[in-house]
Design a protein. Structure first.
Length: 182
C-alpha cells in the first residue's frame, strides 16, 4: 500500500470519526436513559460515564491524529489537547480550568474553520453565517448549552468531512496535499 493509499484510507476513517463526533450528544442521551443534561460536559456524572469518556476521547484523538498525519494541521494537535482538557477537568471540581478548555476548544474550531478550511471563501462565509444564525436562534429560543454545543460539534464534524473531501491527493508527492484554499 502506497503512502497515497494510506492517506486515502485515513481520510475515510476521519470521516467516520467526524460522524461519531456529530452524533456524540445523541449517544450520550441514549446511554443516559434518554435524559438531556445542561451541557455535554455534564454527562461525566451519568451512571455509565465510560461512554462520556470514550466518545470524547475518540473525538480528541480525531484532532490529535489529524494534526500529526497532516503535518500542516498542527493547530488540530492543540484542539485535541484542549478537548482532552475538557474531559480531564470536570465542570464541577475544576470549573475555571474546564471552562477555559471548553471555550478555547470551541472558539479555536471557529478560527480554524474560518482561516484554514480548504473550501472557497464562499464556503467559509457560509459556515460562519450558519454558525451566527444558529447562535442567534439558540439565544432567541433560550436553548441550553447542551444544544449549542451539539450544533457546534455538527459544524465541526461537517468541516472535517468537507475538508477531507476537498483534499488534493494529487499534490501528496509534491508536499502540497494539505494546502488550504480553492
Amino acid at each position: 500500500m502506497t503512502g497515497l493509499d494510506r492517506l486515502k484510507e485515513f481520510t475515510k476513517l476521519e470521516r467516520v470519526l467526524a460522524g461519531v463526533l456529530a452524533f456524540t450528544p445523541l449517544f450520550l442521551i441514549a446511554f443516559d436513559s434518554w435524559s438531556i443534561r445542561s451541557s455535554i460536559s455534564a454527562y461525566y456524572e451519568m451512571e455509565e460515564n465510560q461512554w462520556f469518556y470514550f466518545l470524547l476521547t475518540v473525538a480528541s484523538m480525531l484532532f490529535l491524529v489529524n494534526g500529526v498525519i497532516k503535518r500542516e494541521n498542527y493547530y488540530n494537535v492543540a484542539l485535541g489537547v484542549l478537548l482532552a482538557g475538557v474531559i480531564l477537568f470536570n465542570q464541577d471540581d475544576w470549573t475555571a480550568i474546564h471552562t477555559f478548555f471548553a471555550v478555547t476548544f470551541f472558539g479555536g474550531n471557529a478560527v480554524v474553520i474560518f482561516f484554514f478550511s480548504r473550501g472557497s471563501p464562499a464556503v467559509k462565509r457560509t459556515f460562519i453565517a450558519i454558525g451566527v444564525v444558529l447562535a442567534a436562534l439558540a439565544l432567541v429560543f433560550r436553548l441550553s448549552l447542551f444544544w449549542i454545543e451539539w450544533l457546534s460539534l455538527v459544524v465541526i464534524a461537517a468541516h472535517y468531512i468537507l475538508d477531507s473531501i476537498w483534499l488534493d491527493y494529487r499534490a501528496v508527492g509534491r508536499g502540497e496535499a494539505f494546502k488550504r484554499g480553492g
